[in-house]
Design a protein. Structure first.
Length: 375
């Protein structure tokens, strides 16, 4: 795919809600930015305003999608559409059910026109390389939804995953395809090359393998332990031809300010819970570890939690519970592997804790979620 001259196109004219707006109008930028982050970021997703038009372009009836999803008929007619994780998953399942095209997620996740990129993608494309872009997107995801981009790099490979923080159900296959197609769009548009991943890992059973291979240009691994798009470690350093330091300098302070305000709106227990989840992998973080991350003393952390009606142990258990539901719903991890990731010494300890949270063992809960997803 030939790279669109992104910096010039964006600096000259950028569409906001399908109306051409000059980027030099600072008030417009601030208005657009505020609109994109005004909702309760820890609870809701904002549905892109262009989604109904894109569905229509692809021959998909919006009313049929909403009917299959069990969502209100006029939902997408609103000027700003906010949905919960459960509603978002229902929407994308509805799209998958209504569309006869198995590649619909790939098509909806692929964009070639720079004026249709959202603000976070524009900022990412203005960075110096692919790795910087991913870090930028992962950081600013906090601005718009209860979702995380988790990426890890070693000597050979760089894996990228999407984590749905409030999910209690399996993410729809269409949404997984869309997310990975979106990452590839950023990579190809930014580098100006036909870069392809090393492989795509999918939890779901084998289906539509040829269309996925054609789109991503790499092998597809089905029945994997996780949903992930995997690049070469060296790909993170690939320079972006869309780099625009001037545009990034204009966008970054605004995004940083909104991120700062968002963090200020979080309750203290929420901040502690989020920090615990980042530190959980393979060990149980101590109060001193979390206090150090938050740059306060352990005594201050304990006091502020008590002022909010919490103890550190309560917040730790909430963090584990939330992540446990995510791992059991969205991966094929064995129970002992899940227990390890949640910082438990053995799987028996995890099973006992999960039974207290949900009333049933984790294996039974996972089975019920899969039956629900299949029905």
């Amino acid at each position: 795919m030939d790279a669109v001259p992104f910096p010039t196109a964006v600096l000259n004219c950028w569409q906001v809600n399908d109306a051409a707006t000059q980027i030099g109008e600072t008030a417009t930028w601030k208005s657009r930015l505020s609109a994109s982050v005004a909702c309760n970021m820890s609870k809701h997703f904002r549905v892109p305003g262009r989604l109904p038009a894109k569905l229509q372009e692809l021959g998909i009836g919006v009313s049929a999608v909403l009917r299959h999803a069990g969502l209100p008929a006029g939902l997408l007619d609103q000027p700003r559409v906010l949905v919960t994780t459960e509603e978002l998953f229902a929407l994308w399942r509805g799209i998958g059910e209504v569309s006869p095209d198995p590649a619909i997620g790939l098509k909806l996740g692929t964009e070639t026109k720079p004026e249709h990129f959202d603000l976070i993608a524009i900022a990412a494309l203005s960075t110096g390389n692919f790795g910087e872009a991913l870090r930028q997107m992962a950081r600013y995801k906090q601005l718009s939804c209860p979702e995380e981009i988790v990426h890890a790099i070693d000597e050979a490979e760089w894996s990228i995953q999407f984590r749905w923080l409030l999910a209690s159900d399996t993410e729809p296959a269409v949404l997984t395809d869309l997310c990975f197609a979106w990452v590839l769009t950023i990579a190809r548009h930014g580098t100006g090359t036909r870069i392809s991943p090393v492989r795509i890992e999918l939890v779901r059973p084998r289906a539509d393998e040829k269309s996925l291979e054609r789109h991503f240009g790499c092998p597809i691994v089905f029945g994997a332990a996780r949903n992930a798009i995997v690049f070469r470690a060296s790909d993170a350093a690939l320079p972006f031809v869309t780099r625009n330091a001037e545009l990034l300098a204009m966008l970054a302070p605004q995004l940083d300010e909104e991120l700062k305000q968002h963090k200020g709106q979080e309750s203290f227990p929420e901040r502690v819970r989020t920090t615990i989840q980042r530190k959980l992998t393979g060990r149980r973080p101590k109060m001193q570890d979390i206090a150090r991350e938050l740059r306060i003393s352990a005594r201050t952390l304990q006091r502020r939690l008590q002022d909010s009606g919490y103890s550190f142990q309560q917040v730790l258990e909430e963090a584990r519970h939330q992540l446990a539901r995510h791992y059991l719903t969205n991966s094929m991890l064995e129970l002992n592997e899940t227990a390890y990731l949640l910082g438990y010494e053995d799987s028996n300890s995890f099973v006992r804790a999960f039974r207290m949270w949900e009333g049933v063992p984790p294996a039974h809960w996972r089975g019920a979620q899969r039956e629900k997803a299949a029905s």
